[in-house]
Design a protein around this ligand. Sequence first.
Ligand code: SAM
Length: 280
Amino acid sequence: MATIDNLPTLREVIETHQLAAKKSLGQNFLLDLNLTAKIARQAGDLSGSDVLEIGPGPGGLTRGLLAEGARKVLAIEKDARCAPVLEEIAETYPGQLEFIIGDALAVDPLQSLQKPIRVVANLPYNVGTELLVRWLTPKQWPPFWDSLTLMFQKEVALRIVATPGSKAYGRLALLSQWRADVQIMMELPPEAFTPPPKVHSAVVHLKMLPEPRFPANAKVLSRLTAAAFNQRRKMLRASLKGQAPDMEDRLVAAGIKPTQRAEEISLEKFCALAREVEKG
Ligand code: SAM
């Protein structure tokens, strides 16, 4: 079968290198190179960007990113069995693919990447949300990345794009939408993967905002939204009691009724409340 490059098909790669999927590493591979190229395209024009990929596995998405013209790809993979496969891809795209065998939660990728940087990944489900939160909460804003194009379980993707009043609305929606424009680009059924996971998946694109959408102190906003959503059924006057003196007055000053619940409150109002609380 023809591929998007001159390399063997992904089925052949997996057989040759005996890459039986390991559940412990969240390995659900994409074997259709037309699909991986399509996912790569969701990140926009890659020709002028370096790409950070987490979890390349047998390299389907990596090959999609390179075929779609990424200036350079740095891939971080925990499973050392993948090294020979990634080496083969690197030889086909001289100077364009670097890889590190290591844990993405522990490796600092920035040394060998030039801006603009896009992150594109079919994330291992067990570390996906943790990485997303890290990328959204760096010490300084703007962050190192321009966009994140990430495959998640559909349920997590829905939490990222959720709006007030929905069950999925919560801290992940607020954090993501405070600092990025967010959009679900495509959905994938379990059968798209080998082996198929139990759940549906979706690709989310997050485009970094140079400034957060509304002014607020990140720590105060995070503390308030944690307290509000940890008791999401309670009225805010109860869930936020103790977060600051005269909390009910501050809620009112931010345009929020103290009897409202967390899931009814927009990002703009949470930011207004964070500013009221910061007044001391
Ligand atoms: N990108 C490939 C694809 O689309 O077919 C594989 C995706 S698979 C869902 C997730 C990949 O992440 C696996 O290759 C797994 O070994 C790797 N992985 C799991 N935990 C990791 C970690 N902490 N750091 C880096 N890679 C990890």
